[in-house]
Design a protein around this ligand. Structure first.
Ligand code: CUA
Length: 234
């Protein structure tokens, strides 16, 4: 065999790996709440599993291409081939996918759990802005959400017109805002900081500019903001 096929395979492997790494880096995964931590853990487990599967598959393909072919191999028997296909093509993928599915369901359960004593924030999506209301404090804001750090927050999502989305990657997963439907999103133990959320559902000409800034600060600073807005602190 000439060197060319080896070079071609090596190039393909390098391009695939570089693409994967670049995607991982631009994801800027930086979880700042319990839910985001759970999602990040799931993401890392899935990435590591996918890399392991990729390495095994490429390893087997390389072995099949370059193995010495002197005399018949045990793999040339139909029975061995069938067993290999059954285990490698069905049993092992089924086990891996079942484990990932179970783990995903577990994370979905964690990220969507309701609790008592939480701060309630009502977000309404408009073309092309977010109306943010605090029914417990009787205050509101536009395109900015102030949250007290380390609390449990329940966000109620409604739309005034078309389908929008609420997505602050550092705090929780993406949740659609759908006309006629009320969706809920929970944020537990948010860390102090400023996070940018994007509308992630195409909603018209102003979609790309539809952003929300989430400012997580101390309970004292949050109470001061509520007082300055003429609201009542809880
Ligand atoms: Cu709202 Cu896209």
């Amino acid at each position: 065999m000439t060197k060319r096929p080896i070079l071609r395979i090596a190039t393909i492997v390098l391009v695939v790996l570089a693409t994967g790494l670049a995607t991982a880096c631009t994801g800027e995964y930086n979880p700042k709440s319990n839910q985001a931590n759970d999602i990040a853990s799931l993401w890392w487990v899935m990435l590591i599993l996918a890399c392991a599967v990729f390495a095994v598959v490429i390893g087997l393909a390389a072995w099949a291409l370059f193995r010495p072919r002197k005399g018949p191999s045990t793999m040339d028997k139909p029975r061995s081939q069938f067993a290999f296909l059954l285990v490698g093509g069905a049993v092992i993928p089924l086990l891996i996918l079942a484990a990932v599915f179970g783990y995903s369901l577990d994370v979905m359960g964690h990220t969507g759990s309701d609790q008592s004593g939480q701060l309630v924030v009502h977000v309404t999506g408009h073309q092309w802005w977010y109306d943010v209301e605090y029914p417990q404090q009787s205050v509101s804001a536009t395109n900015v959400m102030y949250l007290p750090a380390h609390r449990q927050v329940k966000i109620i999502l409604n739309s005034a017109d078309v389908i929008h989305s609420f997505w602050v990657p550092e705090l929780n997963g993406k949740t659609d805002i759908i006309p006629g439907v009320t969706n809920h999103l929970y944020i537990t133990d948010p860390q102090p900081g400023t996070y940018i959320g994007h509308c992630a559902e195409f909603c018209g000409i102003g979609h790309t500019a539809m952003q929300i800034k989430v400012v997580v600060e101390s309970q004292d600073a949050f109470d001061r903001w509520v007082a300055n807005q003429g609201g009542k602190s809880q």
